[in-house]
Design a protein around this ligand. Structure first.
Ligand SMILES: Nc1ncnc2c1ncn2[C@@H]1O[C@H](COP(=O)(O)OP(=O)(O)O)[C@@H](O)[C@H]1O
Ligand SMILES: [Mg+2]
Length: 369
């Protein structure tokens, strides 16, 4: 006798069961191979419903040690429930997220995890799904990055200070050695030329030319010394040095530069005075070299806690690519100086709109050791 064909209802039910099995197997596989810890809790009883292999490995407990326990009965999560308040939050809001939460493994070691949970309804049972990511490596990398940034910062302070000392040293050497020799040369030359009785116009012209070369060498040397270490900064102070620099700038490049100082004496120490002077020097040199400006302005405001320095020109401006963090050494040097002083710098510029650099430096936060 042939067995009767299954009824359409039975076929449909059997297909549904098969589809369910396929779905169950697919999602179980996702659960079991996930590269994050997953913990499923009953939202009403706080009991652990399931834990994936990744979390078991991470925490060193067996599957059986987790199942059926209330979350705060299992070692790693004591802190969470210590946070009963956190669990209450889980239950009520259905969502909590911790960027950095410590969990204890079975061996007692603490590991840092990122913890995100969501609540959903599963056939009438409210389930809390917690996704747990081990962030030990990320935190180590972040710590190393912070340490290496701090080292670089120290190095940059050291280099800036050493550079400034070298420049001052070199300016002194140049002035003392070369300056002495040039002075001696000039005295000898003057003595020699006045003792000459010749009226030969060719020789007189040669002597005048030599005199001219000596004078321009002395001037060039002075300029170099000033550029290396403005003597005025040490001798007459910041205010006189910056005024003289702005006047020289106008004279040398034919671009009027307004200097607006809201104090006659800012009481700057050597580091601040040198730094602000160097920032102005670099900015105005850029105006002369790149801006094709018809006007420049430098303003310094004493705002009690901090100093606000503005340097502006009405020249050709520059693209965002240049105002950003790109490594062009003049502006990078300026940024470094400002960072070393714990200040902020903003460069506002666009093609055809001129350039405005604004620097604020706190008086009290000098990062020099
Ligand atoms: N005031 C300015 N106006 C127009 N362009 C500028 C100005 N300042 C800087 N730039 C542009 O930014 C670039 C980078 O400047 P900087 O870092 O000082 O390097 P450098 O002066 O050695 O070229 C310059 O080459 C120039 O193109
Ligand atoms: Mg430059």
């Amino acid at each position: 006798m042939r067995s009767p064909l299954p009824s359409p209802e039975i076929v449909a039910a059997s297909d549904a069961i098969k589809a369910l099995r396929v779905s169950e197997s697919r999602y179980r596989r996702l659960f079991e191979t996930a590269q994050d810890g997953i913990l499923l809790l009953n939202a009403d009883t706080a009991q652990i419903e399931d834990v994936n292999p990744y979390l078991i490995d991470m925490l060193g407990y067996s599957h059986a040690e987790f199942l059926g326990k209330k979350i705060w009965e299992v070692g790693p999560f004591k802190d969470i429930a210590l946070s009963k308040e956190m669990f209450a939050r889980l239950q009520s809001t259905g969502y909590v997220s911790y960027e950095d939460l410590p969990l204890r493994t079975k061996t007692g070691a603490l590991i840092a995890v990122e913890f995100v949970s969501n609540t959903y309804d599963c056939e009438g049972i409210r389930v809390i799904q917690c996704n747990i990511r081990d962030i030990t490596l990320r935190k180590r990398a972040e710590r190393q990055l912070t340490e290496s940034e701090a080292h670089l910062h120290q190095l940059s302070i050291f280099l800036q200070t050493a550079r400034e000392e070298d420049r001052a040293h070199f300016a002194r050497e140049l002035h003392d050695e070369l300056g002495q020799n040039l002075a001696a040369l000039r005295i000898d030359f003057n003595a020699l030329s006045s003792s000459l009785t010749t009226m030969d116009p060719a020789i007189t012209a040669r002597l005048a030319a030599i005199d001219q070369v000596i004078n321009s060498t002395v001037d060039a040397m002075r300029l170099m010394c000033e550029e290396l270490r403005p003597g005025m900064l040490d001798d007459l102070g910041f205010e006189a040095a910056i005024s003289s620099y702005a006047k020289n700038f106008t004279r040398q490049f034919g671009v009027p530069c307004d200097l607006l100082l809201d104090s006659e004496d800012y009481g700057l120490d050597k580091l601040l005075a040198t730094s602000i002077f160097r920032i102005v020097q670099e900015s105005l040199t850029n105006v002369a070299r790149h801006a094709r400006a018809s006007h420049a302005m430098v303003a310094l405001q004493d705002r009690g806690g901090d100093l606000l320095l503005s340097i502006a020109d009405d020249g050709c401006g520059m693209s965002a690519e240049l105002t950003g963090e790109r490594k062009t050494y003049g502006m990078l040097g300026m940024r470094e100086r400002v960072r070393m002083l714990g200040g902020r710098i903003s460069i506002d510029s666009a093609p055809g709109r001129g350039t405005h650099i604004e620097v604020s430096i706190p008086r009290s936060e000098l990062a020099i050791p």
